[in-house]
Structure formats: C-alpha cells, structure tokens
Design a protein around this ligand. Structure first.
Ligand code: ADP
Ligand code: ZN
Length: 731
C-alpha cells in the first residue's frame, strides 16, 4: 500500500456509501487510522450505514462538523482493481456508484462483529423414529451435501419448528457445533487426475492451460456440441489456475438447478467449491463474500452477480452457456455478465473461457475479428452423435384447433415407447392456454394492470399474468358480455399438451417440467433425477429442459411449435430460435442410442428453419452477421434502449416528447433516435411504458452522449427512466 493511501486518525476522508446519494461523504478517520478501500461503518443521520473509504476528504465545509467513522470492518479492503472494475461498469451501464457498491456488497451482516455461533449439520446417527418432519430436515441437509445451517435457516428450509431439529440431536443424526463465523472452504486438490481425455479434448485442455498459465488477459471461445466434454476440458483450466495459487470463478445459468455439476466438481477436486446464487443461505453468502476476499475460497460457482465478489487473486473466469439470455440482468444495474466478465478479467490479468454449443453472434463476431481465440470440440464424447433433424410440415396435417401433436410425431413417440425409450415434447410456453376467449363476444381476458392477456394455469385453477404475476380465478361468465359457459382456451401451453398426451397415450408415464409447477428447486431436481433414471416415457417441457440435463434414455425430441420464437420483431429472434432448437435437439441421443429431432412447423422454407435442419452453423452465422452489418445493429453497431414509465400516460408522454426534441447531444455523435413509441407491452403493474431507441456506429462515444442527453430533462416524481445499453429484449 502506498503511504498516500493511508489516513491517520483524524484525517478527513471521503466515503462511498450504498445510499442513493449523488456524491461521497466526508468523515474523520477513526483511532488507528484507515486505509483507502477499507470497508467501514459510518453514521448517517440517526443510522449507521456501510461504506468504503474512497480517498482524501473533499472538504469545503466546516471541518469541526465532520463526524467520525464509527468502525472499520474486519474484512479485506476493496482492491484497486475492483474499484476500477466498478467504475468502468458504472460508466458503461450509466449506473450511479452507490448502486455499484450495493452490488459489490450483497452479503448480509458484513457489519456484524465476528463471533461464535451454533451451527447444525448432518451427523452419522439415525433418528430413532422417522417422522415426516424429521425426514424433511435430514433430506434438506442431504440436499445441501455437507453445508451447515443456523437453527433458523434449517427450520425455514425444511419447514419445521426448531424443536424438531433439537429433537434430532440426541441420536446424533444432527450435530450442533460452536464455530467461529465464516470458516474457510476446504482446500481443493489441484493435482488430482481428471478423466482421461480424448485427443481433441486434450488439445483444447492444453490450450486453455497455457492461457491460464500465462497469467495475462485472454478470452477463448470453447465451442462444442452438448456432450462433447466442454465441462471436462474447462475443469482442466480450473486445475491449472489452482496450481498457480489463483482463484477461479465459474458462472452458470440457472445455477440453483445444477447439482450434477457440483458432484462432478467434487469428484474432480475432492471438495466442493463455494456457491453463490439465490438458493444459498444468508449465512453462507456472507461466508463466501468474506472468504473470497481473504483467499479462503479458491473456486466460486455462481450466478452472474458472483462477478462482483471481492476476489483477491482471480486468474480464470468460465462463462458456461455464454449465449444464455439470463446473463443479462434486466432490472436495477442492467449489465451483461458475459461482457463484464471479459472486462473484469482484463483488469486482473485473468483468462476467460466462454463455453457454448451455440455461441452468441457477439462472441462469434469477436472471434472473427481476432479478439477472442476459438477452440472446437467437434464430436460428442463416446458413442453419442448429434441427432438427425427433420421438419414436419404442419400445413399438410390440418390438425383440429384443439390438437397439437401431429399423427407423424405421435407415431414416433409410440415407436419409442415400444422400445422402452424416452421422448421429449418441447413447447416453450408455461400454463394451460395463452389466451382465453369468449365464444359469444370475442373478448379476451386481460390483466387489469398490464397490457397483456392472462394465461390460464389449470393446475393452479387460476388465470395468471406473466408480466406482473397477478392471478384471478377463471370466471364462469364473460367479464365483458356476461354470457356464461362460453369462455374457451385458445392455443397450447405445456399443461394443455400434457392433457393431450394423457388422452392419446393413456398407458404412458409422463412428466411436465415447467418452472411454475414446482414449489422448490429441490422438488424440481428430484423430478429431473427420476427422469434421468428412466422413470418416464414422455417428458413435456418448456425451455427449462433445454439446459444441461442429461437424460441417457431419451432418443426423440418433438418440437411442438418451431415457429414460436420467430414471431415478433426482436433483433435476436433468429439467433435465439436457432440456438434454442439446437439445444433442445441436443437432448436426444446422449448415450449409445442415436436420437432424432422432429420440428413441427408451418414454414419449413423459412431460412432459419432450413439452417437448423441443415445443421450448417457457420453458414447461419455468416448470413445473420451480414444482415446485422447491413442494418448497423449489434454486434456491428451500438444500441441503447430508453424505457420511461409512470402511472400517468400523459406525463410519461410529455417527458418522452421532450427528450425526443432535445436530441442534440445524440446528433453530435452521429447517433440516431427512434421513437418515442409505446413499448410492446405498453402497461405493466399499472405503469405506462414508452420506449425510445438509440442507434450509433460502433466507435461512437454513446454513453457520454446519452448522459448529456438525459441530463437535460428533469424527471417528474413517479416517472422512471431506465437506460439499457446493448438491450437483449425489447418489451
Ligand atoms: P459438455 O459440457 O460439452 O456438455 P460434458 O463435459 O458434460 O460435456 O461431457 C458429457 C458427458 O461425457 C459427461 O457425463 C462427462 O463426464 C462425459 N465425458 C466427457 N469427456 C469424457 C472423458 N474424456 N472421459 C470420460 N467421460 C467423459
Ligand atoms: Zn399483469
């Protein structure tokens, strides 16, 4: 540490807090002094809040009024590299620094003093009498494989009273221990041998090991079909990183569901990594945060926000399924974790691995431009091969409006059942039916607060708005004309598909996988496990099934509506459909048996459908890239979405028009402004939404222009302005 970065007792320092203020606040250094970057507790009005020492005090006020920092927290100070990361993300996403600090300190209880506490974990004993409640407690502990809980956390997670847990102590089924808070994680064994790699895998692993060993920034796309061993290969890079004593971060989408990954990791390295995602207990979160900062956690497996953990010596970031839309955070700080991972790595001389079977066009373009390296795993590991793909032209079938599975697809399913193999019917729509219409007057039931139709969820016996989550019972009579008994579902959701399956295949065992049908991640995991063991003939699923799960006995994938994603004017519609179809098809034939994917479509000549069938990926990317280049849109141009929202449409419109009239700062950098226009979903939760779209050339200083531009209008109370740089969705 530089001498200049230490402030002796009484010196004036300025502190960044997570409070929504537009400036830092000055305080006096406490007894013993304080260093730049230290996390501190400061008085603010009557409260004590968390802050970070940002530099020398700014002064400019009566110094005798300056208050004193009340405590320096016992955690590693923020490193310069982290500070610079936060500042750069703030500048890129146009986010105020307090919001960045909040993102970087999302662990509860950082201000609590360290101390001892009682924790509970699984012991070796068995309970004398197995009750439902006791079983839930033990199942919960087994689920989290070795993690410890506080009494309250365990009681909540297992949905029992604390006395049930205490009752399990005498038998030794559960042990209670006094531990210091926040223990380091078990050391990982970097030298334990991995699986024996194939030649192609070995070469890729070697290249990644070299990238990590260089201890310099680099980004590599690791591309390979599902099942080709990408995970196996990047775990080698993790091992190399550990050998150099540096930390590794593995980002996964839908992390809470990937227990398979954790098991593999443990098999490979002899212990579990630290986990950071929404399914992790509060106690564990704080432990991860602190240990990452002190070097007590070598590898973190996490969701996108794990990027903001205070790593001490980060040497590798893996972004698995890098094309996944869930890496883009759509509210609060709107950032894309894949892009920010690259930024973060460039600031700490780390290697990035972007793994995918279907990379994003952004990444593909960066490879073409020579910015990223590329490694290919051409074939699946072992006997598995990519499935055959065929279109089923639905124009020839003329199905009745209440039936969604064509005869040809049904026959294919029957054949699989005869052979004792599994089929997957894929439909990316939750619920029973997307629309409920009155056959008497044509009225469609809509949400009271949103510009959206309500989706029938027959399982819940309610109508639900997928925008705001509002539900209401299905009415007997039409809310518009009052006629009874004429409300009818239109179009299929997975629940309706399940009904058809039950009617047409009465002897089949079927399972529906849709995020809203499971009360907990645990119940869903259990279902997935049962399916993988072969307990199901027909799986019906939303895009939840497209990801990562390995069903060895699955040999047929039927896509109910391959055209679904191609509707709408979304810039990435083609790309997303292409990726999703390939991912889903990749679920078939993951072991010895070859699989087939059948796509029901009304437009088999559509270029995207043809590209999917032909499997000509490079051709698809080149065509898609050429179109985007022509249109000057990402990744060959820059875009920003502006969403204005508020309860009063006239007020929101006024602001939008005012903004449109004062677009000078945008024109100066050659940016074009489109809109204002009502957003595709023009009202959500009672707030009216208006969108503007800004488009600029790749090199244009867009952020500066945007902030100059929006600064000109003063927002009325109640009106919210969000800027979405590189928007992924346009609702
Ligand atoms: P991907 O990440 O590309 O989908 P995985 O790494 O998950 O692929 O590999 C698919 C399956 O094949 C996994 O069960 C994995 O353990 C197995 N596998 C891959 N490569 C090897 C190997 N070299 N030796 C043994 N098993 C392997
Ligand atoms: Zn709604």
């Amino acid at each position: 540490m530089d001498e200049a970065d230490f402030y002796p007792e009484g010196a004036l320092v300025t502190v960044l807090t997570a409070e929504p203020l537009d400036r830092t606040l000055d305080y006096k250094a406490p007894e013993g002094g304080v260093e730049r970057g230290a996390f501190v507790e400061v008085p603010l009005g009557p409260r004590k809040v968390l802050g970070c020492v940002w530099g020398a005090g700014l002064g400019g006020f009566d110094l005798s009024k300056a208050r004193r920092i009340s405590a320096v927290l016992d955690v590693a100070p923020m490193r310069d590299e982290m500070r610079s990361f936060l500042e750069k993300v703030a500048a890129y996403t146009l986010t105020p620094m307090p919001a960045m600090l909040r993102l970087a300190t999302r662990a509860p209880g950082l201000m609590n003093p360290p101390g001892m506490r009682k924790i509970y974990r699984r012991g070796t004993g068995l309970p004398p009498r197995e009750t439902e409640a006791r079983k839930r407690v033990l199942d919960t502990l087994d689920d989290y494989g070795g993690l410890s809980f506080t009494l309250k956390e365990l009681a909540d997670a297992a949905d029992v009273t604390p006395s049930v847990i205490k009752g399990l102590l005498p038998s030794g089924a559960i042990v209670e221990e006094d531990t210091p808070r926040d223990l380091p994680y078990r050391r990982l064994d970097a030298d334990a041998p991995g699986k024996e790699l194939t030649e192609a895998q070995g070469e890729a692993a070697q290249a990644l090991r070299a990238a990590v060993a260089a201890q310099a920034y680099s980004t590599t796309l690791l591309k390979g079909v599902t099942g080709s061993g990408k995970t196996e290969v990047y775990l080698e890079a993790v091992a190399e990183c550990l050998k150099h004593g540096r930390q590794a971060l593995v980002l996964l989408p839908e992390i809470a569901l990937t227990s398979e990954f954790l098991t593999r990791f443990e098999d490979r390295f002899g212990a579990r990594p630290a986990e950071w995602h929404s399914g992790v207990t509060m106690t564990e979160r704080r432990r991860v945060w602190k240990m990452v900062g002190q070097g007590g956690a070598q590898v973190v497996i996490g969701a996108r926000s794990a990027l903001y953990l205070p790593f001490q010596n980060l040497g590798l970031i893996v972004v698995d399924e890098e094309h996944d839309g869930s890496y883009k955070q759509e509210d609060g700080v709107m950032y894309n974790a894949r892009d920010m991972a690259v930024l973060r790595a460039s600031l700490c001389s780390a290697a990035v691995v972007l793994a995918s079977a279907t990379p994003s066009l952004e990444t593909w373009a960066n490879v073409e431009a020579g910015k990223y390296k590329r490694l290919d795993l051409e074939s699946r590991y072992g006997p598995a091969v990519m499935p055959d793909m065929q279109a089923l032209d639905m124009r020839v079938d003329k199905l009745p409006a209440t039936q969604f599975i064509s005869e040809r697809l049904a026959n294919a399913v029957r054949m699989r059942m005869q052979k004792g193999e599994q089929s997957l019917l894929f439909l990316n729509r939750r619920g029973y039916a997307p629309v409920t219409i009155c056959r008497a007057c044509g009225f469609q039931i809509a949400c009271d607060h949103c510009d959206a139709r309500m989706v029938e969820h027959r399982f819940l016996k309610r109508l639900m708005c997928h925008q705001c989550g509002e539900t209401k019972p299905m009415p007997e009579a039409c809310p518009s004309c009052g006629v009874e008994g004429r409300l009818a579902p239109v179009g299929p959701g997975v629940e309706r598909l399940a009904e058809e399956v039950a009617e047409r295949f009465p002897e089949a065992k079927c399972a529906v996988l849709s995020s809203d049908l499971f009360a907990s991640a645990r119940a869903l995991k259990e279902q997935i496990r049962l399916i993988a063991e072969g307990d199901t003939d027909i799986i019906i699923g939303t895009q939840l099934v497209a990801k990562g799960h390995n069903f060895p006995n699955l040999t047929l994938v039927g896509v109910i509506d391959a055209d679904l994603g191609l509707q709408g004017s979304d810039l990435r519609a083609a790309e997303r459909t292409f990726q999703l179809m390939r991912q889903v098809a990749g679920r078939a034939g993951r072991s010895e048996k070859k699989g087939i994917a059948l796509l029901q479509t009304y437009q088999p000549e559509h270029p995207v459908i043809r590209a999917i069938l032909a499997g000509d990926e490079e051709g698809f990317w080149r065509a898609e890239a050429a179109e985007r280049k022509m249109a000057g849109v990402p990744p060959y141009g820059r875009m920003a979405g502006i969403i204005l929202s508020g309860p009063d449409l006239a007020v929101v419109s006024d602001v939008a028009n005012h903004l449109a009239r004062s677009a000078m700062p945008l024109q100066r950098v050659g940016a074009q402004l489109f809109g204002p226009a009502p957003a595709p979903i023009a009202r959500v939760r009672g707030r009216h939404r208006i969108r503007l779209l800004v488009k600029a050339e790749k090199g244009a200083p867009l952020q500066v222009a945007l902030s100059d531009w929006v600064r000109q209008v003063k927002l009325p109370n109640n009106v919210r302005l969000q800027i979405d740089i590189d928007p992924q969705s346009f609702w």
